[in-house]
Design a protein around this ligand. Structure first.
Ligand SMILES: C[S@@+](CC[C@H](N)C(=O)[O-])C[C@H]1O[C@@H](n2cnc3c(N)ncnc32)[C@H](O)[C@@H]1O
Length: 416
């Protein structure tokens, strides 16, 4: 663990530094409070100086907003190609995160924030960081993410396909964009064919909150094994399975990708952007070289019962951004000895897809999320080649089929 050092009333002080995105500590740290002008704070943060806040908590939030407005004065330019626009967009987001991340707060050994008008963040911090024994400095932006994640964990995200709420944990992919959940809720299930015929089994790889495993169990799959590489996701999925009274029907295992054995259905919703995540929170969306997608395709046949299907849920945003081609995806499927049984498409309904000012608007507006039904072996002559109609969205509680709330839970990931 690294350390930050600063001087306060002529006394040298130090504290452990914590960053979920593995950002190194600022080399120079000074105290700051409500007397500091936003222009000064912005300049110092741009130069790399950490500002350890000692004033009013709400004053710190206002300063963060003022610094953010100064960053927005210079929006990233659009690139000459979608891939270049994406690259510039990521660079701008990285710059914003670095500058804003230099406003720091000190958490006491019990996660108390010793600032005027500070909220009680102890529960939120224990949930995100675990039990603590020493004071530590974190960026205010990270702490706000931790607080937001606690609120979403407490309140939950409504999942119409489950007629229940899913409670995401900090750093776990949240099903707030529910279109892909509806795909899994409506695609035709393959018939059970394993040694215990009549008993349908499924794997949910990269289960996150456990939402798809829960949907499959509620659809009548007798036994689902859910895995993830992230310990936070495993704990989160366990909790959701328990809340939904699905213990015994859904077993959460990991960390890892495939469990042992075979299943009638293997579902996988991998990160869909082949780019480097900048924090643990982004690991649900970004996978630098598409390793989870590749791992799923390569090992699928060995884990399918005869007649079983693999369901790959994948947005084509990476294709519109020039980061992957459709040909590469199809070649990966073929190279793994699989064929496409069918495909069900849906269009995202989140507000960013409609935001014409977004530098990635063209790609986002064209985005389609598909459920690819894959089976082992060569394509039989009768196999479906085109896409099937998208399933009707399930009605909301008032009976209408409206778009759902798409605000992204802070401290969880749901979009690129
Ligand atoms: C797009 S999220 C999907 C989460 C969940 N299945 C859902 O649909 O809401 C991708 C998930 O895959 C997990 N993941 C990423 N790489 C993985 C790997 N190599 N093995 C297992 N899980 C992985 C992430 O932690 C994340 O929870």
């Amino acid at each position: 663990m690294s350390t930050i050092r600063w001087t306060e009333t002529n006394t040298p002080r130090s504290a452990h530094w914590h960053s979920e995105s593995a950002t190194p500590p600022p080399r120079r740290v000074i105290g700051a409070d409500d007397r500091m002008k936003a222009d000064t704070a912005y300049r110092l943060a741009c130069e790399g100086t950490g500002l350890l806040w000692r004033g009013d908590f709400h004053g710190a939030r206002r300063l963060l907003q003022a610094m953010s407005r100064r960053i927005d004065r210079k929006p990233p330019r659009r690139g000459d190609s979608p891939a270049e626009s994406f690259h510039l967009h990521r660079r701008a987001r990285g710059h914003r995160a670095r500058v804003l991340g230099r406003l720091l707060v000190l958490l006491e050994d019990d996660y108390r924030l010793n600032l005027r008008r500070a909220p009680d963040v102890r529960r939120a911090c224990i949930e995100a960081y675990g039990p603590q024994s020493e004071p530590m400095a974190v960026s205010l932006t990270e702490l706000l993410g931790v607080i937001g994640a606690h609120q979403w964990r407490t309140k939950g995200v409504e999942v119409p396909a489950l007629r229940a709420r899913i409670h995401p944990h900090y750093g776990v992919f949240s099903p707030v964009r529910g279109e892909y959940v509806d795909l899994v809720a409506h695609a035709p299930l393959p018939p059970p064919a394993g040694p215990r015929a009549g008993r349908r089994t499924a794997f949910d790889l990269g289960t996150g909150t456990g939402v798809l495993a829960a949907v499959l169990a509620r659809r009548g799959v007798d036994h689902v094994v859910a895995t993830d590489i992230s310990p936070r996701a495993l704990a989160c999925a366990e909790e959701n399975v328990r809340r939904l009274c699905l213990t015994g029907r859904v077993d959460v295992m990991g960390p890892g990708l495939f469990p042992d054995g075979r299943a009638d259905l293997v579902v996988c919703n991998p990160p869909w952007i082949p780019a480097r995540p900048t924090s643990a929170v982004e690991q649900g969306v970004y996978d630098p070289d598409g390793s989870m997608l590749r791992g799923f395709l390569t090992a699928l046949t060995a884990h399918l019962e005869p007649g079983g299907e693999g369901w790959l849920i994948l947005s084509d945003l990476a294709e519109h951004l020039g980061l992957r081609t459709r040909g590469e995806l199809l070649a990966g499927i073929e190279a793994a000895g699989l064929h496409v049984v069918g495909r069900i498409d849906t269009r995202p309904r989140h507000p960013r897809a409609m935001d014409a000012a977004d530098p990635l608007h063209a790609a986002r507006a064209a985005e389609v999320t598909s459920l690819w039904r894959l089976a082992a072996g060569r394509r039989p002559a009768s196999a479906v080649t085109g896409s099937e109609p998208a399933p009707a969205p399930p009605p909301d509680e008032d009976g209408s089929a409206s778009a759902r709330s798409t605000a992204s839970p802070a401290g969880t990931s749901s979009s690129a």
